[in-house]
Design a binder for this molecule. Structure first.
Ligand code: C2E
Ligand code: MG
Ligand code: MG
Ligand code: MG
Length: 275
């Protein structure tokens, strides 16, 4: 009827206008210092040691407040904005990690669009050189979206990155269409189980079986596996006993400004000290 039609149109217009504004504002956001990174710790849960941090981008808009990357990354991906943003994120995360006294990895999310950028390899090599971070300390988190369109080209880039010594993690594992096919085809160093599986693991036996299967699969392929979104002690205990290698989640530490994690960066820390 007319009413729902009106509602739909209003909603639609507001959405378009809002997105257009975000896109426009994003151009200036980096230069204005509105974009920054938070870091979430990753732990080796078998040896109980800090193993790395994942860099997560944040936007504090002067009028609109906090805007989630889930909202603005896809908008940036619609244009070349993601290239500028992505390069800024790489540079910022790498230069931060180069300052740490502990030689843990810095994990950086790479957009599929960024991945198609001409010269991505050179940007990464140069940034590592300039900031003086060994390539082995950088881990790039990639979703299977990277691999879908042009998989021959993607394979070439992944192999070059690997030859450079950069680590590759498959992010959000289990949520895509053909995760298994890609595992067979591409050289990943780590598999990150999507947090939706971790969230569901206590709700039903099937979820636990799936997690067990993923851990077994990773082990069979000689790949370490990290569980994302670990929020409870029970999830943590089960994952450890199932042989999961690494954990990341609110239980162990939320994404925060790096200053908040300064105590983790001065010396090798065991887990108990960290939580
Ligand atoms: P992701 O790479 O899978 O990152 C994990 C997301 O889960 C992050 O959300 C993190 O804050 C959240 N998380 C971590 N632990 C827990 C937990 O225990 N419970 C719950 N409920 N959530 C948890 P965030 O920061 O909002 O980022 C969302 C997504 O946005 C990321 O998913 C990634 O796809 C994208 N993103 C974030 N930063 C960047 C970036 O620098 N570059 C690119 N290209 N994408 C990014
Ligand atoms: Mg990630
Ligand atoms: Mg993920
Ligand atoms: Mg993650």
């Amino acid at each position: 009827d007319g009413c729902s039609h009106c509602f739909y149109e209003d909603h639609f217009d507001k959405d378009i206008v809002y997105k257009r504004r975000l896109k426009r504002d994003l151009d200036k956001a980096i230069d204005n210092g509105e974009i920054y990174l938070e870091y979430q710790p990753q732990y080796d849960c078998q040896r109980k040691l800090l193993s790395g941090f994942e860099a997560l981008v944040r936007w504090c808009h002067p009028d609109l407040g906090f805007i989630s990357p889930v909202e603005f990354i896809p908008l940036a991906e619609e244009s070349s904005q993601i290239i500028k943003l992505g390069n800024w994120i790489l540079s910022e995360a790498i230069s931060e990690a180069a300052k740490w006294d502990v030689a843990v990895t810095i994990a950086v999310n790479l957009s599929p669009v960024q991945f198609k950028q001409e010269g991505l390899i050179d940007v990464i090599r140069e940034t590592l050189e300039v900031k003086n971070l060994p390539a082995s300390r950088l881990e790039l988190e990639i979703t299977e979206g990277v691999l879908i369109q042009d998989s021959e080209q993607a394979l070439k880039i992944l192999k070059s990155l690997r030859a450079m010594g950069v680590k590759l993690a498959m992010d959000d594992f289990g949520t895509g269409y053909s995760s298994l096919a890609y595992l067979q085809k591409f050289p990943f160093d780590k598999l990150k189980i999507d947090r939706s599986f971790i969230h569901a693991m206590q709700a039903n036996d099937q979820s636990l079986s799936i997690i067990r299967g993923m851990i077994g699969l990773a082990r069979g392929l000689n790949m370490p596996v990290l569980a994302e979104g670990v929020e409870t002690e029970i999830q943590h205990a089960i994952l450890r006993s199932e042989g999961c290698n690494e954990v990341q989640g609110y239980l162990l530490g939320k994404p925060k400004r790096i200053e908040e994690y300064g105590h983790l960066l001065v010396d090798v820390q065991t887990y108990a000290d960290a939580t």
